[in-house]
Design a protein around this ligand. Structure first.
Ligand SMILES: [Zn+2]
Length: 300
């Protein structure tokens, strides 16, 4: 699933081809892509509007489409599993798996292609309000140690689950959470509540470093779906330290990388670099074969 570096790569590549273009018409091939609004209303809302900006917020891209009555109006898009944007001549036929398209008055068009159909496009009056519960952007200069401490404040879950929660921090997903935790030498099962200031500072630095490096590499192409809009794969998958490397040597210490499931997600750790927190017993008292055998012996 595309995370911050992949979505930012898409936005940077597509922006010059859409900002300043005016929408002549919009078409929707898969109604669920545009949600409750429906294909007809989607096309009506967008017709005649000029795209004034293209930005990213968390894993969303936003096209600024102000109108006289809706000055903050925007089209928000989420790529989810397999969504992709492509710029094409408007006269070209629909692409395979194309779910929606914006056709511009200058003869070009923006196509939303999505094999697995989980991607979404939403027209909203106020994107800031729609995305209000999303946490801070980790690559902004305002993401300081104090800001990070404030996002984590009061939380008690595992590091993995907490960092995957977009209300805590924007744009992280399974790949970059695993990579950041490895860089910070923190185990994904460790409780946020046990972090001390130096741990937090190391983790914040690791998050910023891994996202910056991945952005520079134009993201990770971990499956066949993610390509930059120019059709190239990202290259960060070649530099991943733990994610997807089960059984391979940790790049830091050589210990084989292990895969476990945390927060319902496949999670990759180096058991040497990332010490597992001391486990509390999860087995109910008196359960299992050993206590039963003990009772058996004592009754004789
Ligand atoms: Zn290691």
């Amino acid at each position: 699933m595309p995370e911050l570096p992949e979505v930012e790569t898409v936005v940077r590549a597509v922006r010059p081809h859409v900002v300043g273009r005016r929408i002549a018409s919009a078409r929707v091939a898969w109604p669920r892509t545009v949600g409750e609004l429906g294909p007809a209303a989607f096309a009506r809302r967008l017709r005649g509007l000029e795209i004034r900006s293209m930005e990213r917020r968390a894993k969303w891209f936003t096209l600024g489409l102000p109108s006289a009555t809706r000055p903050a109006q925007a089209l928000l898009g989420h790529l989810r599993m397999s969504g992709r944007l492509e710029v094409q001549p408007a006269a070209d036929p629909p692409l395979p798996w194309e779910r929606a398209a914006l056709l511009f008055t200058d003869g070009t068009s923006l196509r939303f292609v999505d094999v697995r159909k989980f991607g979404r496009l939403e027209v909203v009056d106020d994107p800031a309000q729609r995305l209000a519960d999303i946490g801070p952007e980790p690559l902004e200069p305002t993401f300081t140690d104090d800001a990070f401490a404030a996002c984590l404040g009061g939380r008690r879950g595992s590091l993995k689950a907490t960092l995957l929660d977009p209300r805590v921090i924007a744009g992280l997903g399974n790949i970059y959470v695993d990579e950041a935790l490895h860089r910070a030498r923190l185990h994904p099962l460790r409780s946020v509540a046990t972090l001390r200031a130096p741990d937090r500072a190391r983790l914040r630095t690791a998050i910023v470093e891994v996202l910056s490096a991945a952005l520079e590499a134009e993201g990770s192409s971990f499956d066949v779906f993610y390509r930059t809009p120019d059709g190239r794969p990202g290259s960060y998958q070649e530099r991943l330290r733990v994610y997807g490397r089960e059984g391979e040597a940790c790049t830091t210490c050589g210990t084989p990388v292990r895969r476990l499931v945390v927060a319902g997600r496949g999670t990759h750790v180096c058991p040497t670099c990332q010490r597992r927190p001391r486990a509390r017993s999860t087995r109910p008292r008196g359960a299992g074969p050993r206590p039963a055998a003990g009772r058996g012996r004592s009754s004789r």
